[in-house]
Design a binder for this molecule. Structure first.
Ligand SMILES: [Zn+2]
Length: 142
């Protein structure tokens, strides 16, 4: 059998020789004992690249968050980004946390609406009373 000098010297578990290209050490990147640290870095970088795909449009996130509506936009963005993550306990927890955020925002939003309705009603009553007082003065005042 013709063995290339540049082929990895490792015999794999299956008994077959490793066909990967070897460096000066005689081993390929995967089988070179001196490359452990580099392999770890490469794995970490690969992992980082896998966990950070942007799927949602960052432009949808408001520059300033001053209303329930903009909070909702951030939640929408976070939800889209989370759905693209690999399935697991962490993503599950994140989704539950986002759902909780939606509930809080909806609650505060509803309270705000109800408060606005109450304030509007009070203003209408005040205006009606002022009108009543003026017409009363008009009839009985001097
Ligand atoms: Zn090899």
């Amino acid at each position: 059998m013709l063995m290339s000098k540049k082929q990895c010297q490792t015999t794999k578990r299956s008994g077959e020789p490793c066909h990967a290209a070897a460096s000066d050490t005689g081993f390929c990147f995967a089988h070179d004992a001196t490359k452990g640290r580099e392999r770890a870095v490469a794995r970490r970088n690969g992992g980082l690249q896998r966990t950070t795909p942007h799927v949602a449009d960052v432009a949808l996130v408001p520059k300033e968050t001053r209303s329930i509506e903009s909070v909702m936009m951030i939640l929408d963005y976070a939800l889209q980004e989370s759905l693209a993550l690999s399935n697991g306990i962490q993503r599950g927890r994140l989704l539950v946390s986002i759902a909780h955020g939606y509930i809080e925002a909806l609650k505060v939003g509803e309270l705000e609406q109800r408060l606005n309705a109450v304030e509007h009603t009070l203003q209408l009553r005040k205006a009606a009373k002022q009108q009543q007082d003026q017409s009363h003065k008009g009839r009985f005042g001097r």
